[in-house]
Design a protein around this ligand. Structure first.
Ligand code: BJW
Length: 251
């Protein structure tokens, strides 16, 4: 670990665990890093998807308009990959945390559905879900867990071209879901920010909202992020090792 990363490490696991044990209202924001130990690639950093693929070719509405078959190839590949992985210790620990806290909201940027699979209930999927598809003609959204939808899947209702029901760059997040996320972070006592590079907006700003609302904010990440300096806790390590320790031995 570089000296500059160590500079931003703040607090320790036991102090954060105690802070959580005293909290009645907790919000959590997760990103791709929480699913990395399950075998789901992240977007940025070592092994990240955007190292090998250009986001502008695959995750924008313009890319889909230009070449829907290329975009579907990318999403079918990810559906097969994600469909074969299991939740890891960090997902399971957050499911346990939801049962320990009176008011708990899990906001995820991930589209993999692993938080639901682990047993969390109050989950806001702010970037959508890879397991939902939306018709580009009639806008009907349906759930489909087939591993491969083929190169040009069509709507069972109107025959229009289907697209993944995820949020691409340049698209607005669902205002109702984003509104619930903002409400959760503004009213929480503690916010955990786990496995996100804190680069993509508006998700990245949620921890700043929590901080300005008076919450204790804690980052858990392999490395420092642009937000580490604002955090009350910045714990650097694997989510699958740190998050379970936060929910150990609550009496
Ligand atoms: C571990 C670990 C382990 C690894 N343990 N840690 C303001 C300023 C500048 C730009 C903008 C702005 N506002 C909007 C923008 C534009 C854009 C944006 O933010 N661009 C930035 C790149 C600068 N935002 C948007 O376009 C958004 N839309 C929007 O704002 O619309 C406005 C609008 C209003 C009204 C009308 C129209 C428009 C939409 C953003 C959508 C993002 N979509 C994607 C794809 C989703 C679908 C899919 O999955 O295919 O979402 S991109 C990708 O990035 C994905 C992720 O959810 C998102 C965030 O990535 P995340 O989760 O942080 O992953 P990584 O890989 O970046 O980081 C992983 C982290 O984990 C690293 O830090 C590792 O260290 C760590 N890690 N292993 C712990 N084991």
């Amino acid at each position: 670990m570089a000296a500059s990363d160590l500079d931003y490490m703040k607090g320790d696991i036991q102090a954060l665990r105690k802070t959580l044990m005293n909290a009645e209202s907790v919000a959590v924001l997760t990103g791709a890093g929480i699913s990395a130990e399950s075998g789901v690639p992240t977007f940025r950093g070592e092994g990240g998807l955007w190292r090998n693929y250009r986001a502008t070719d695959l995750a924008t509405p313009e890319a889909f308009e230009r070449d829907p078959e290329l975009v579907w190839e990318f999403y079918n590949w990810r559906r097969k990959l994600i469909g074969g992985v299991q939740c890891n210790a960090a997902h399971h620990a957050l499911a346990r945390l939801e049962n320990l806290i009176a008011k708990f909201t899990l906001i995820t940027q991930n589209v993999d559905g692993l938080h639901f699979q682990a047993g969390n209930r109050n989950v806001l999927e702010i970037h959508g879900s890879i397991w939902r598809v939306r018709c580009t003609r009639c806008h009907l959204t349906t759930t489909d867990r087939s591993p491969d939808l083929g190169p040009r899947p069509v709507c069972g209702s109107c025959g229009g071209l289907l697209r993944p029901a995820v949020v691409w760059f340049g698209e607005a997040l669902d205002p109702e879901i984003l509104g619930k996320a903002v409400e959760a972070v503004r009213s929480c006592q503690v916010m955990l920010v786990i496995g996100t590079s804190s680069i993509v907006q508006p998700a990245a700003s949620l921890s700043l909202e929590a901080k300005s609302g008076g919450a204790v904010v804690a980052e858990i990440n392999l490395e420092a992020t642009p937000h580490s300096r604002f955090m009350d806790f910045a714990l650097h390590g694997k989510a699958g090792e740190i998050v379970p320790r936060l929910v150990e031995d609550w009496s």
